[in-house]
Design a protein around this ligand. Structure first.
Ligand code: ZN
Length: 283
């Protein structure tokens, strides 16, 4: 942990102790045989937040986490096309070469019309996603065009073209699977799920993180985090989601990073979604 300067006093509040259900030596054997992995998922990777993202990646590297899932918005708010963002492209290429994966995170990350879909989704979009619920505002043909264009922007930037998709706010209208498949997407990431479109298989995982949203919203997320940390003691995988607001000095980032440090001390290893999807269990 050399170089890490985090205040870990908040750690115990966030990460409940994890009693092993197996006694004594057996507990140690079970723990050593079970590979436990965490996925660090950085949202809103886009030119306006490049400095914050670099600072967060540096902070993660200082605790020896070099492998992340980077959720890239290829044309943030319609004003920041990825191929024009030379320094961000260099960062993404270096990160990919170091083992990180690039994920398509919407196209513009803003609403492009009225919210669609069932009431529960529209409410979730209105209450929690603000202007970000882009993929709750698109028809199937618009979704198809948007995902294709987003992937093409990666190609024009000479970056690996993602086949994994995460909608802004994790919100995508039901019935979008065919259009996503047609656009070249193979896996869709939800807040607590990863959906394999080819195999029609869904995998659930606890999710811990922060949004950089209003104090009330963040208080609700912290409550969810406590439950997710408890759930993680029964899981072999946990997702850690981060947002760029506040960079590496933000309270949310520091709190979550302290939890990641605890996971590392317990023997958990960083991974990507790609590794989780792989049929090879050794990933
Ligand atoms: Zn986002």
């Amino acid at each position: 942990m050399r170089g890490a300067t985090l205040d870990t006093t908040t750690l115990d509040q966030q990460v409940p102790s994890r009693p092993c259900s197996s006694p004594g030596v057996l507990c140690g054997i079970v723990m050593s045989m079970t590979k436990k992995r965490f996925i660090i998922s950085l949202h809103d990777v886009a030119p306006p937040f490049e400095n914050e993202i670099r600072a967060q990646l540096d902070a993660l590297a200082r605790i020896h986490v070099h492998r992340c899932a980077l959720k890239v918005v290829p044309n943030w708010h319609g004003a920041y096309p990825l191929p024009a963002a030379r320094s961000l492209i260099d960062l993404l290429r270096a990160q990919h070469e170091g083992g990180s994966e690039l994920i398509l995170h919407g196209l513009e990350h803003r609403r492009r019309g009225a919210l669609r879909g069932p009431l529960r989704l529209r409410l979730r979009g209105a209450l929690f996603a603000g202007d970000a619920a882009e993929f709750l505002t698109l028809s199937a043909p618009e979704l198809l065009r948007s995902v294709r264009w987003g992937r093409e922007l990666f190609e024009r930037a000479d970056l690996p073209v993602p086949s994994t998709f995460c909608a802004p706010g994790w919100l995508v209208a039901p019935g979008s699977w065919n259009a996503l498949t047609e656009a070249g997407i193979r896996h869709v990431i939800g807040m607590f799920t990863v959906y394999d479109l080819e195999r029609s298989r869904r995998r659930y995982m606890p999710a811990v993180g922060y949004m950089g949203a209003s104090p009330v919203h963040e208080a609700g997320i912290r409550l969810g985090n406590r439950l997710a940390w408890l759930a993680s003691s029964h899981s072999t995988i946990v997702k850690i989601y981060l947002h760029p607001r506040g960079g590496a000095q933000g309270e949310g980032f520091r709190r979550v990073l302290a939890g990641v440090m605890r996971l590392i001390e317990e023997g958990w290893q960083p991974a990507t979604y790609e590794q989780v999807f792989r049929p090879d269990p050794e990933g």
